[in-house]
Design a protein around this ligand. Sequence first.
Ligand SMILES: C[S@@+](CC[C@H](N)C(=O)[O-])C[C@H]1O[C@@H](n2cnc3c(N)ncnc32)[C@H](O)[C@@H]1O
Length: 215
Amino acid sequence: MDSEFWHQRWQENRIGFHQQEVNRWLRSCWLGAQPHEPVLVPLCGKSHDMLWLHEQGHPVDGVELSALAAEQFFSDNQLAVQVSEIGPYRCYQHHHLALYQGDFFAAKALGRRYRLVYDRAALIALPAKMRRQYAQLIAQLVEVDGTILLVTLEYQPVQQSQPPFSVSEPEVRALFAQNFEIELLGRVAEPDHPRVQTGELSAFDEVAYRLTRRG
Ligand SMILES: C[S@@+](CC[C@H](N)C(=O)[O-])C[C@H]1O[C@@H](n2cnc3c(N)ncnc32)[C@H](O)[C@@H]1O
């Protein structure tokens, strides 16, 4: 997906991926034993999940292409914000909640590595070739023994023309197994999903994994 696709989605407010509720896997399986450990949230949108993580005591670094998303995150939540330029990013910051607006694929320029990552709807937002680049970059950004809570989607019939993409368990393993231990945490079928209800899809599952960086 090129950046223009996402800018247009935000301009037209076509953000069906945005959830009003904190994600179920984040609530039930969050791995942050150390509440003061910073969390990287790639392709973060204006997700409420970042606020939840911040409320648990984590400094949060979100990375998001869209300036509209960044501005809406802070205005929707009535958070005072300071804006600065950091490397290739515009950084919106409130206390220990930072949203780096720019291309996630430039994230090495921040010179940081993380022990905790939360990916909900980031990997599945990217087409196949970019998913491989994403997996390589994430491996470089995560410290040894660091963990990722990865939340994907699987649906039938699969289409690969636009996000969200269906990313199967074998693909997750192929993308990450070289650098991570992979534990399937579970899957939840969503028979009430609108695209299942209309008959467009026969099944729609949300699937969660814990990835642990090997040395
Ligand atoms: C499917 S949405 C998911 C947003 C968020 N994770 C959530 O759960 O609501 C994908 C987001 O990634 C952003 N995005 C796409 N490509 C990006 C990139 N290269 N760098 C940073 N953000 C990107 C889009 O603007 C969009 O907000």
